[in-house]
Design a protein. Sequence first.
Length: 723
Amino acid sequence: MSTTGLNITNPVFLEQLKTLNPAQRQAIESTEGPLLVLAGAGTGKTRVLTTRLAAILLSRKAWPSQILAVTFTNKAAHEMIARVTELIGGPVEGLWLGTFHSICVRILRRHAELLGLQSSFTILDTDDQLRLIKQIIKAEEIDDKKFPPRVLASIISLWKDRALTPDKISDPASDFERAAFRIYRIYQDRLKVLNAVDFGDLILHCLKLFTDHSDVLAHYTTQFRYILVDEYQDTNVAQYLWLRLLAQGSGNVCCVGDDDQSIYGWRGAEIGNILRFEKDFPGAIIIRLEQNYRSNAHILGAASGLIAQNTGRFGKTLWTEQNGGEKVRIQGTWDGEEEARIVADEVEALQRKNQSLNQMAILVRAGFQTREFEERFITLGIPYRVIGGPRFYERLEIRDALAYIRIVVQPNDSLAFERIVNTPRRGIGTSTLQILHQYARLEEISLIEATSRLMETDEVRGKAKTALQGLLYDIERWRNQLKTHEPGELARLILDESGYTGMWQADKSPEAPGRLENLKEFVNAIDEFENLSTFLEHVSLVMENTHGTRSDMVNIMTLHSAKGLEFNSVFLAGWEEGLFPHPRALGEGGDAGLEEERRLAYVGLTRARERAMITFAANRRIHNQWQSSLPSRFIDELPLENTERIMLGRRHPFIRRSSPPKLQALKEPSRSLQKKDFQLQERVFHMKFGYGRIVSLDGDKLEIEFEHTGLKKVMKSFVGVAK
């Protein structure tokens, strides 16, 4: 290793060195000065990081206490420690290796008094943080319905991620921000009195420590001769500023990351941090790791062609020594149910070939998409797990919605009544609930019956009594509508009239939009059943079937949850406009939002080792309305030479109520009438929209003026020649 003067004789390390490619080896040998390692998906990033760390130690360029290695998760930190220990042949004592937060805790414990804290300060978790904010809201007489505590907590956390202390915030733009700013100042003062910090404070306080006490900063910049940072593309502003301060000493800072995998902008990550590395650290070396050890050539070709459409990137092209392999399959389906059926069929076919279910994953853009896959797998008896979140019917908002349905169908369901009685808040306090429970136990009756009887007495008074009377009236009214309303329509009415939907619409937290999407999917699910009782029975059976003990299971997760994982077979569902790219990302982020969505698609594709299948539905029920969907623009961006396209799967008769409107009244055009080439003004037939004339052609897409439904843009796969 003459390029850097390293003299290492450790046989384990030298054996490891032989397995590295030239770019990986260069990243390990370039120990001096600033270095950015652009590590593409599956290119051996962790191996480079750990081998580089071991090289610095074995060459005696620094003692363990002089190395700072920062990761984003405790799991990554533990893995690095284990690998370095194996490489150097023994434990490493004194190494500063951990997450941003754990490193900051270590520093703050040493210097807490300089910030007006005691070294024994408490670190509040999310629940404690929320409880404290609620106390302040109450003391300040702020309307917690207009300004929900969770929303205010989210705004405060976002400010901390951006390194904004109260004194740095000027002219809050909205009522929410003004309320949050007021709470923020009081909250920070209250934390100091309690000798406590929250997670955002850990980095924020370290920044204040370094900027206000130059001697402390000088101590650490002198101590840390080498700095290594993992997943640099995911750093937020506060983490970036913290690193910049520490790196101004020796200048030996190595950041490893992938600008093409920056997908967490919605939670504060700044892709600009990695893109301006050369500007921040003049003279920096940039090394690209492009040899992929995970995926076949077609998967890499498709992923590279897709991400090349982004302009905000350094640019690199993944390649592999593997020849051949399966092309990326793009499969069109009629609707979401057929999509789930086709994917489940593929899973069963692979299982029959002795493929492990553990090595299969279904990746979706939004959480509500999991329901149809879950129910299909349960029907077929295919075991599965949902990673990164609860199963569909175990989600908080779905359990709440189920409780509303249960109490309407079954008046004696006390557990359901207890769950919904004050959700959303109706001013029914703990003391009132105690009275209801006590009376129900004494009389051995249901909670709702006890409530009904107590409305005729004075045990419950005031606002609580009025609220309970209103709730009982609503439940009875909904119960009378069981026979007059379709089940999905009634479920929607219940959630709207109870105020439950409105509660989440008013919630400005990052989780609220996803919860609303799940509630819409919940109503969609009910539409497929004859009545609410049948639906509740179905859910009970579904929940019972989820408690299996098998370890070999299909993995279902969102694309965001899949980062860092890999599988032999990956199914990427719902690639259509209006879903992926997600309209919220486009609306809030514009072109930057579109590029992050494209990076998310890239991450999904590069999870696959042997095969990747992309599916889209021609019809998707959105806001409980059937809409004709176009394939995602990302599909058009995939290179033809790396993909196999089946634009329409098998067609099945639609006999359920959930079928798209008017479908049963239309007949599918004969296959002999279908053709590939159409002409302007040609009269055609569409299964859903009926007869019309073509007004424009754009590849596989046609714009048709339909006789009864007006101008629509559709896929030509769904169009036949009119008789």
